[in-house]
Design a protein around this ligand. Structure first.
Ligand code: NAP
Length: 252
């Protein structure tokens, strides 16, 4: 038996593109009322035009702690579903060359913003009859690759924070899931490569990659499972993506 999302309120961060936009659209399609956030107001307006009055929105920069506090405080009630999706990777330079500014922004968005919003909403969500938190982590949180450094570490944080939330929420009716996608074509690589569309396109060339819609399907699937089932971690890759051998540096 599937759980209905009819009439539930879902807050989706980073709803202006990619996985967040696809998830907002799918949840509205399943009868939920969605509040979508992001920095790009025109994108939020376009989502509203597409999805109608079941999509409400607010501009919110996840690196702005005060704005997060005010936003959460202004909500009329706690959401039934929180999708902590907003996030980004910046650059692929090695750790000895990477930009500290990029590192700070990834930490501020992927970690600090996510925990601040969660902390602000959690008391209200815990008081609900039941609630869901879905944190968008990444396979990069489990498997290192050259240049992932702080991005990968930030996603390892998201996964571990999700598991620790489950511990703290023991006995409550709040489910927590860490969703960990692999290669998914969105604006992710364009952001990583500072707007270089050609470089970004090459990441997905010939790969039969996952799409944002695929990830939204998995998110909707776990949200509609019977309420006593908690998927702790869901790792998703396209069939075309798998694992390489360890690299061994040899002398001589
Ligand atoms: N695509 C992949 O291969 C992949 C794989 C694993 C995990 N992920 C994760 O999936 C999540 C969504 O990424 P995506 O692939 O859908 O990329 P995307 O298309 O670039 O979407 C990223 C979203 O995050 C929002 N965002 C970024 N910085 C923000 C900030 N400071 N404040 C508020 N919102 C912010 C963006 O909105 P604005 O720019 O409008 O603010 C946008 O809506 C991220 O957490 C990413 O790490 C992606």
């Amino acid at each position: 038996m599937r759980t209905s999302l009819e009439g539930k309120t879902a807050l989706v961060t980073g709803a202006t593109s990619g996985i967040g936009a696809a998830t907002a659209e799918r949840l509205v399609g399943l009868g939920a009322r969605v509040i979508g956030t992001g920095r790009r107001g025109e994108r939020l307006e376009a989502m509203r035009a597409l999805l109608g009055e079941d999509f409400r929105h607010a501009r919110l920069d996840m690196t702005d702690a005060k704005a997060i506090r005010n936003f959460a405080g202004d909500l009329p009630h706690a959401p039934d579903i929180l999708i902590n999706n907003a996030g980004l990777a910046l650059g692929l330079s090695g750790a000895d060359e990477a930009s500290l500014e990029d590192w700070d922004r990834m930490i501020d968005t992927n970690i600090r913003g996510l925990v601040h919003l969660t902390r602000a909403l959690l008391p209200g969500m815990k008081a609900l009859e039941r609630a869901d938190i879905v944190n968008i982590s990444s396979v990069a949180g489990s498997y290192p690759y050259p240049g992932a450094n702080v991005y990968g570490a930030s996603k390892a944080f998201v996964t571990q924070f999700s598991l620790n939330l489950r511990s703290d929420l023991a006995g409550s009716k709040v489910r927590v899931s860490s969703v960990e996608p692999g290669l998914t074509e969105t604006e992710f690589s364009e952001v990583r490569f500072a707007g270089d569309k050609e470089k970004a396109a090459r990441v997905y060339e010939g790969t039969d990659n996952l799409t944002a819609d695929d990830i939204s399907l998995v998110i909707a699937d776990l949200l509609t499972l019977p309420p006593h089932i908690n998927l702790n971690r869901v790792e998703i890759m396209p069939v075309s993506q798998s694992f390489g051998p360890f690299r061994i540096a040899r002398e001589g």
